[in-house]
Design a protein. Structure first.
Length: 208
């Protein structure tokens, strides 16, 4: 791999998952593990054998909380063709804490303290990308204060990350179910971050 990296633009992405998730996946798919039938015993062996690759990986992605479709969307977002060679890729992920916290975040914000549209009958069936939901979330003073503080933080961090040469920045926004507040916040941040020379992608992991 070192020789390849000296000659070519090469990157290692290492996919892993929590042990109970791996066990469940093998049972669901009924696929035999290449190292043997006793999954509980061979998974630690597999981890040890792959440890060299993991240690040399440019990016480690914990797939525990992703469905195959969500993982595909996430990887596509990370490796989308950049607009400029200098651009940093920024991926915004909205999600619901009740479905598990993504393990791949550089920054993570919990927005469960904001007013919840799920308890408003006319808004409950809608998604966080709907203007009516967004208007409800952002009409509250605490939402405006929160957004101002996040913008101030990102205005400080993003130029520093670009200056450092960071290739990827993944920002997680979580609410309870991932259907209303976190998508609304993520969409608002997406619009705000367009002023920076970065490639922007958004993933609404749990939005129904």
């Amino acid at each position: 791999m070192k020789n390849l990296k000296n000659k070519y633009q090469t990157e290692i992405i290492f996919l892993e998952a929590e042990e109970d998730i791996l066990l469940r996946r093998f049972k669901e798919t009924r696929r035999p593990h290449p190292l043997g039938r006793n999954i509980e015993k061979v998974i630690p062996v597999e981890r040890k054998r792959l440890s060299v690759l993991r240690e040399n990986a440019d990016r480690i992605v914990d797939t525990s909380s992703f469905t195959p479709h969500q993982l595909r969307q996430f990887i596509r977002s990370l490796y989308a063709l950049q607009k400029t060679k200098q651009a940093m890729t920024v991926v915004l992920i909205s999600f619901g804490f009740k479905y598990g916290t993504p393990q791949n975040m550089d920054l993570l914000f919990d927005v469960r303290f904001l007013p919840n549209p799920n308890f408003v009958n006319k808004l409950k069936p809608l998604k966080g990308t709907d203007k009516r939901v967004s208007d409800y979330v952002f009409k509250k003073p605490e939402s405006k204060t929160f957004m101002a503080k996040i913008k101030d933080l990102l205005d400080f961090l993003i130029p520093k990350y670009i200056e450092e040469g960071k290739s990827y920045l993944t920002i997680g926004i979580g609410c309870t179910g991932g259907n209303h507040r976190s998508p609304a916040i993520a969409e608002k941040l997406l619009s705000y971050l367009r002023k920076y020379p970065v490639d922007l992608n958004i993933v609404h992991r749990d939005m129904g």
